[in-house]
Structure formats: structure tokens, C-alpha cells
Design a protein around this ligand. Structure first.
Ligand code: PXG
Length: 462
């Protein structure tokens, strides 16, 4: 068969993409001057591009492909469901088998009390839906003034108007006249960057107290909810000090504020337990799930609703006026169910929380001796490394993101996908990763840090 050469196909796809595709979070003009990378295949922890280059995907796509690429079980589950009943809706007093089964499964594996699932198609939609449920709850409670949602700097919650308003990455706001009124941000428990002379434990309390001060400043009668990721992902892999979450929990309970755990990254084993809430002892009123729910094989997300809000919804005797065409899509639910079955069968949570996660964390911490690395932090199978100009003073390079980008590019060239958030190098590999593959990450990362250091010296950035 006379197949086109890969190179010619690559050029064609690059051209089609350049002419017609608006990418997420991308400078259109800058990308047009470059050649976009075309990813064509995935297996296990690896992906291949259209030129045949093999890359170890240290980011599991976007923190999502927990069971790894190329899982036939998931394709089979989709095919079976599509042939049986590709789609039906959940409006008008109907459901489908996988939808009901998945709702029950999620109720069983999430922390006690989170027994109701509202399905959506992305983390952003789930967060947006959650904001509506929070408003609904307080309106039904006869406290309609409770409207303000408090989130954190460096938080990432998605891109719909409400979710982007909650996100604390400030570049996400000006283009869209955000945040909307009623969305307020406090500091993150980012000890390495902002802890100064405090110990991590002292700083954890300090950062949590920022919530209490904000509630008092706004008036508790106006505060609806606090929304946070157990470990902050896209904002720079911020692992909270041990003192942080217990104090946050206490503050939310004291002021009656709803606590929402955005588990889009932390969920489904990433931090070594089923959910980040399990890892940190958080008792959320609502929980946001996406990504690892289907290992990103198909779009699906959920808001898990606890007793406090659940009782109001189930006891309302009125229509809850919300829902999507694809809420609880049977094919997506069937894939999610099989994905959870794989996680259970292969004990991926136990691996991330035990031997494999420990090995990953220990091996990565070896890189802390590198002249550029100020801190290695992480939990389970998620980790971040701070690239700094001065380790003793915890001082970053003058232009945030410049050196991180250099390092990321070296990683790509050397067959490793490691993401840079500002100058924090981030890893969240598929949970199926083997020891030898962890060794490959560490070896490649060290080599690329050496190359980065050489560039930094050559460019006179130190
Ligand atoms: N919450 C959290 C904690 C997330 O990480 C979302 C919500 C939104 O999910 P959707 O499915 O709407 O994208 C996310 C998504 C990055 C990156 O650059 C991270 C995400 C998405 C895109 C890029 O690290 N996280």
C-alpha cells in the first residue's frame, strides 16, 4: 500500500491546523509561525507524534489519563454501549442503565455523605453547575444574601464565566471582564513562594486564617462557599502544609460556609487515596469530578452532592431547572464505570499511595541536589519541582516562566513531556507507570536540567 510519507502527512495536518483551528490558551499568531506537534498514538505511559517520535507522557495528557493509553477495555465498553443504546437523555423522568450504575458507584467510592451525582461534560461545566447549586441551596434556606464564593490565588477551576471567575490565575480574567461580581480570592498555602520565615506548619495556619479574615471582612451572612483543590495543580503544584486543611475545615464549619473540594486533578487515585479529600481528611459538602473519572477517554464530569445540599434538592418539591443534553450520557457513563473497574482491578490507588508512589517521590527528591532545583514536592503520583536562581534564598529567576520554558523544551526534545507552570516543573504520570519508567523520567529530567543550566549560564540569567 502506498501510504503517504509521515512527513508529508505532518506538513498537511500542520497546515490544516494553522488555517482552521483555534487552540486553547494559545497565542494564535505565535503558533502560526511555528510547527504544531501532531500526536497520533498512545500506549501505556507513552505517546507518539506524527514523525514517529516517542514521548514519555509525564502529564497523563492533562493530569487525566490515569489508566494509561490504549486500553482496549475502555474502547470495548464504549462500543458495547453504543451498539446497545448510544444515547438517551436523563430529562423527563428517564435514566439509562450506565447512568444509574455510575451514580451509585460514585456514591460508594466518594467520602461518606456524598451520595448524589449530577453529571456534566467537563470540569468547567461541573464547577459552573456547582455554583448554581450553591446559590439554589442558600436561596432555599432563606439566606439569599449568602452569595459570595471564596477561592484562592493560583487556583484553577476551568473557563466558563463562573469557573474562570473562581480561578485565581489572574491572566485568565482581563480578556473577559472577569471575575464576575461575588467571586473573591484569598492567598494560597504556597509556602515555598510566600512562606517567608515561617515554618510550613505555621504558614499553613496563616494561609487558612486568610479565609477567616475574609469571611469576617465580608460578613459571614454574605459568604456562600469556599472552593478549593486539595492539592493545587495547574497553578503550580501547591501541596498544602499539614496544618492547612484541618484549619480550613474548622473555619467553614464555624461560619456555616459550604466547603467544595475541586477534585478534578486529585480524584481517582492521583494523591494516593481515591480522592484528595481522603488524603487530607477534608469533609466537603460538594465535590467536583472530571479527568480521571473516565481517564479522559471520553468527556464526563460530575458534581457530587453531600447531605446538607442533597436534602434541600430532594425535598424541594419543585423542578431543579438545570441540565445538559449530555448529562449522564450512557456511553460516557459506561466508559467511566469500566475505568473505575480497571482502577480497582489493578489497584491503581493502592499503587499510587504505596510502593509506586513512594518510589516516584523518593526518586524525584534526588533531583533536589541539582543547582537549579529549590524544592521537590508532591504526594502519590503528582509532583512539582521549583526551578530557582538562588536555592538558599528561595529566589526565582527575574522573568517568571522563562527558564521553565527552556527546560520544558529540552524535555520535549529528549522524549519527556514535563509541563512548566511558571518555573515549576510538574509531573502527573498515568497511575500505571512502572518503576523503570519512573527511572526514565528521573534520568531524562536530570539531563534536561543540566541542559537548562548550561543555557541559563550561556544567556547570563543567573
Ligand atoms: N478544576 C480543576 C482543578 C482543573 O484542573 C478544571 C477544573 C476544568 O476542567 P475542564 O474539563 O473544563 O478543563 C481543571 C482543568 C493545565 C490545565 O494547563 C489544567 C486543566 C485544564 C487545562 C489545562 O495544567 N485543568
Amino acid at each position: 500500500m502506498a501510504a503517504e510519507s509521515p512527513r508529508r502527512d505532518t506538513a498537511r495536518w500542520q497546515e490544516l491546523d494553522r488555517l482552521h483551528h483555534i487552540h486553547p490558551f494559545t497565542d494564535f499568531a505565535a503558533l502560526a509561525g511555528k510547527k504544531v506537534r501532531v500526536i497520533t498514538r498512545g500506549k501505556g505511559v507513552y505517546v507518539w507524534d506524527s514523525e514517529g517520535r516517542k514521548l514519555l507522557d509525564g502529564m497523563a495528557g492533562l493530569w487525566a489519563v490515569n489508566v494509561g493509553y490504549g486500553r482496549k477495555e475502555l474502547a470495548d465498553a464504549a462500543q458495547r454501549q453504543m451498539m446497545e443504546l448510544a444515547y438517551y437523555n436523563s430529562f423527563f423522568q428517564t435514566t439509562t442503565v450506565p447512568t444509574a450504575e455510575l451514580a451509585a458507584k460514585l456514591a460508594a467510592i466518594t467520602p461518606a455523605g456524598l451520595d448524589l451525582a449530577m453529571f456534566c461534560n467537563s470540569g468547567s461545566e461541573a464547577n459552573d453547575s456547582m455554583v448554581k447549586l450553591v446559590r439554589y441551596f442558600w436561596n432555599r434556606q432563606g439566606q439569599p444574601k449568602r452569595k459570595t464564593i471564596i477561592t484562592r490565588r493560583y487556583g484553577y477551576h476551568g473557563v466558563t464565566l463562573a469557573s474562570a471567575s473562581m480561578s485565581g490565575l489572574t491572566p485568565m480574567h482581563p480578556q473577559w471582564d472577569l471575575p464576575l461580581p461575588g467571586f473573591v480570592h484569598i492567598q494560597a498555602p504556597y509556602w515555598y513562594g510566600e512562606g517567608g520565615d515561617m515554618s510550613p506548619e505555621e504558614f499553613g495556619i496563616h494561609a487558612a486564617k486568610a479565609l477567616e479574615l475574609k469571611i469576617q471582612e465580608l460578613g459571614p451572612e454574605t459568604v456562600a462557599a469556599f472552593v478549593a483543590e486539595p492539592v493545587q495543580g495547574a497553578g503550580g503544584l501547591i501541596v498544602p502544609p499539614s496544618t492547612y486543611w484541618p484549619e480550613i475545615q474548622r473555619i467553614c464549619e464555624t461560619y456555616g460556609v459550604l466547603l467544595v473540594a475541586d477534585e478534578v486533578i486529585c480524584g481517582f487515585g492521583r494523591t494516593g487515596r481515591w480522592f484528595g479529600s481522603d488524603t487530607y481528611g477534608i469533609k466537603p459538602d460538594l465535590m467536583i469530578l472530571a479527568k480521571g473519572l473516565s481517564s479522559a477517554y471520553i468527556p464526563i464530569a460530575a458534581v457530587m452532592v453531600g447531605e446538607r445540599v442533597g436534602e434541600v434538592i430532594t425535598g424541594a418539591h419543585e423542578e431543579l431547572v438545570h441540565g445538559f443534553t449530555y448529562s449522564g450520557h450512557p456511553t460516557a457513563c459506561a466508559v467511566a464505570l469500566e475505568n473505575i473497574a480497571i482502577i480497582e482491578r489493578e489497584q491503581l490507588v493502592e499503587r499510587a499511595g504505596g510502593e509506586v508512589g513512594d518510589y516516584f517521590q523518593a526518586r524525584l527528591r534526588e533531583l533536589a541536589d541539582h543547582p537549579l532545583i529549590g524544592e521537590v514536592r508532591g504526594v502519590g503520583l503528582i509532583a512539582g519541582m521549583e526551578i530557582v536562581a538562588d536555592k538558599a534564598k528561595r529566589r526565582h529567576f527575574a522573568k517568571p516562566g522563562e527558564v521553565g520554558l527552556i527546560c520544558r523544551n529540552h524535555c520535549f526534545e529528549n522524549g519527556l513531556i514535563m509541563r512548566a507552570v511558571r518555573d515549576i516543573m510538574v509531573l502527573a504520570p498515568p497511575l500505571i507507570i512502572a518503576r523503570a519508567e519512573i527511572d526514565e523520567i528521573v534520568e531524562k529530567a536530570r539531563h534536561c536540567l543540566d541542559l537548562t543550566l548550561a543555557d541559563v549560564q550561556r544567556l547570563g540569567l543567573l
